[in-house]
Design a protein around this ligand. Structure first.
Ligand code: 5GP
Length: 209
């Protein structure tokens, strides 16, 4: 089998705050162990229950800048006044090892990734309806009223960007949403685009079938 075929797939999942990305991805990873979550670096404060190295790598602004300057980030963005970035080497290593890697990042970061990795599959996760966004954000109870307003407004703005993605997954039920994501990954791995080198090997010969 060709090396190209064995490499993992880069998966980008975005969606507005309150879409339930974290829960859906946790289910997806549990049900499909070849999928690995890329833990981002952030300068925001941890929320109650968040664990350094699991949810995020929580770093100072200085450390973030250092990582940026030394080229350690695959992409980065400022979101709601905090900096977020994807550690580069870990993602590249995992893909090389054959794992599929999921980046849970904002729309701007996602478009940046698509430019750098056109073969990445882009999934946009949405809640079933508008009121769910607000309910989920309020239920989290970690933001001030002002912060909540900003997050609700930008959630609606973000949904407008869904047209730039390859797939929409509606999070009606976390288990079903997770299964949809797994199905998309499996289909994408079988896509012609993802197998061009493999097909070339079949046609022109290769020693690794
Ligand atoms: P939160 O503060 O709610 O965890 O995340 C806020 C937003 O930042 C979410 O849309 C989340 O997907 C995005 N985000 C988290 N990590 C990254 C990252 O590494 N890069 C980018 N561009 N966005 C991220």
């Amino acid at each position: 089998m060709s090396n190209e075929r064995k490499k993992g797939l880069l998966v980008v999942v975005s969606g507005p705050s309150g879409a339930g990305k974290g829960t859906v991805l946790a289910h997806a990873i549990r049900n499909y162990p070849n999928l690995q979550y890329s833990v981002s670096v952030t300068t925001r404060e941890p929320r109650p229950g968040e664990v350094d190295g699991i949810n995020y790598y929580f770093v100072t602004k200085d450390r973030f800048k250092e990582m940026l300057v030394s080229g350690e980030l695959l992409e980065h963005q400022q979101v709601y006044g905090n900096y977020y970035g994807t550690p580069k080497q870990k993602v590249l290593d995992k893909l090389e090892e054959g794992y599929d890697v999921v980046l849970e990042i904002d729309v701007k970061g996602a478009l940046d990734i698509k430019n750098k990795f056109p073969q990445a599959v882009m999934i946009f996760l949405t809640p079933v309806n508008r009121s769910t966004i607000e309910e989920r954000l309020r239920g989290r109870d970690t933001e001030t009223e002002e912060q909540l307003k900003v997050r609700i407004e930008s959630a609606i703005d973000e949904i407008k960007q869904a047209v730039f993605y390859d797939y929409i997954v509606v999070n009606e039920d976390a288990e079903k949403g997770a299964q949809d994501i797994i199905n998309i990954i499996k289909a994408q791995k079988c896509s012609v685009d993802n197998n061009k080198k493999f097909i070339d090997n079949l046609i022109y010969g290769g020693n690794d079938l």
